[in-house]
Design a protein around this ligand. Structure first.
Ligand SMILES: Nc1nc2c(ncn2[C@@H]2O[C@H](COP(=O)(O)OP(=O)(O)OP(=O)(O)O)[C@@H](O)[C@H]2O)c(=O)[nH]1
Ligand SMILES: [Mg+2]
Length: 309
């Protein structure tokens, strides 16, 4: 072999190694980006449960595990091919090209194997980014009840949230959160989609309300529409309230009858109107009392390098 062709093979080998290093680094960066959101900020119990209900139990962890395994396989494939190319003196550039193409083929097949997982992680990421941030360390009121009873109207009265209000069921289709000042603390007020009270079959929209009650509620404000203009009989609404009592026996439930501007009856419950504001100060006072009676969440960890607040 002439010195010139030897030099060319050296530079061909270097180019081939660079192709392996660059392409694997690009793919690995892409995979890391897909999983980094979940690694950087672990999900709250509420988010975990929302994701499990919508995408299946363990779907997130399974996809993350498969991604981690594929990344490891790609890293080792790249290392192996690169060291093989480093030792491949005397190969023609056609042979080197063939080796790089074989590497691309195996790289692509590793990525194809996790195509579904990448799609799933992207969908979960999008799903979570469309949900409000609910801080598990802050007191949280979850407003729940049948569809169309006036939950969102009440949330708008109680907090900074401005949810959509409309005269038909399932206007609210996912969790919304507003805030209200509670002495020196900030209260989170969560609006939920309506529940139809069928224990055996809920739809994904209803699931969000159940998950919020189960995983985010310091207290629940249960809204009953005694006018039945929501379209659901009182007896069914009362049955749902019973289900709630069983679901979270330790979470206080504040029972509220709304639309008092249309109908008010002696029920022993708080009577409010989101239209006139009647009963709202009493409801706020009751919420404050119930929250104050709950155990406080643990204080934030002390920062030894500086101030704690
Ligand atoms: N008269 C009267 N109407 C009310 C009151 N509160 C709500 N409404 C009406 O009831 C209808 C439903 O109100 P929403 O606040 O959207 O009810 P929701 O429970 O959030 O409904 P979904 O999100 O669909 O479950 C709307 O037409 C409201 O204007 C009230 O206190 N008085
Ligand atoms: Mg609503």
């Amino acid at each position: 072999m002439s010195p010139r062709s030897g030099e060319r093979t050296d530079s061909d080998r270097l180019r081939a190694r660079l192709k392996v290093v660059r392409s694997s680094a690009t793919v690995l960066r892409h995979l890391r980006r897909r999983s980094s959101r979940f690694v950087r900020s672990p999900l709250t119990p509420l988010e975990r449960s929302l994701v499990a209900r919508r995408f299946g139990a363990d779907a997130l962890d399974r996809s993350l595990r498969r991604l981690a395994r594929a990344s490891e396989r790609i890293r080792s494939l790249a290392r192996q091919t690169e060291s093989e190319l480093a030792r491949a003196t005397g190969r023609t550039s056609a042979e080197l090209g063939e080796r790089v193409r074989a590497f691309y083929g195996r790289l692509a097949s590793h990525v194809r194997e996790i195509d579904d997982d990448l799609d799933r992680l992207e969908a979960i990421d999008r799903f979570l980014s469309e949900r409000p941030a609910i801080d598990p360390a802050r007191p949280t009121v979850v407003v729940a009840g049948f569809p169309n009873v006036g939950k969102s109207s009440l949330v708008a009265r109680l907090s900074s949230a401005r949810p959509e209000v409309a005269p038909y069921p399932f206007t609210t289709r996912s969790l919304q959160v507003g805030h209200a000042d509670l002495g020196f603390d900030r209260l989170q007020v969560v609006d939920t989609p309506g529940l139809l009270g069928r224990a055996d079959r809920t739809n994904p929209v209803e699931d969000e309300a159940l998950v919020a009650v189960e995983h985010a509620a310091t207290i629940v404000v249960f809204v009953i529409d005694p006018t039945e203009s929501c379209g659901y009989p009182l007896a069914e609404q009362e049955r749902l309230l019973e289900t709630f009592r069983r679901l979270r026996p330790n979470v206080p439930i504040v029972e509220v009858e709304t639309k008092s501007d249309v109908r008010r009856r002696p029920s022993g419950r708080l009577s409010v109107s989101a239209v006139t504001g009647e009963g709202i100060p009493e409801l706020v006072a009751r919420i404050e009392r119930e929250i104050a009676a709950q155990p406080r969440p643990p204080p934030p960890p002390v920062d030894h390098d500086g101030a704690t607040d």
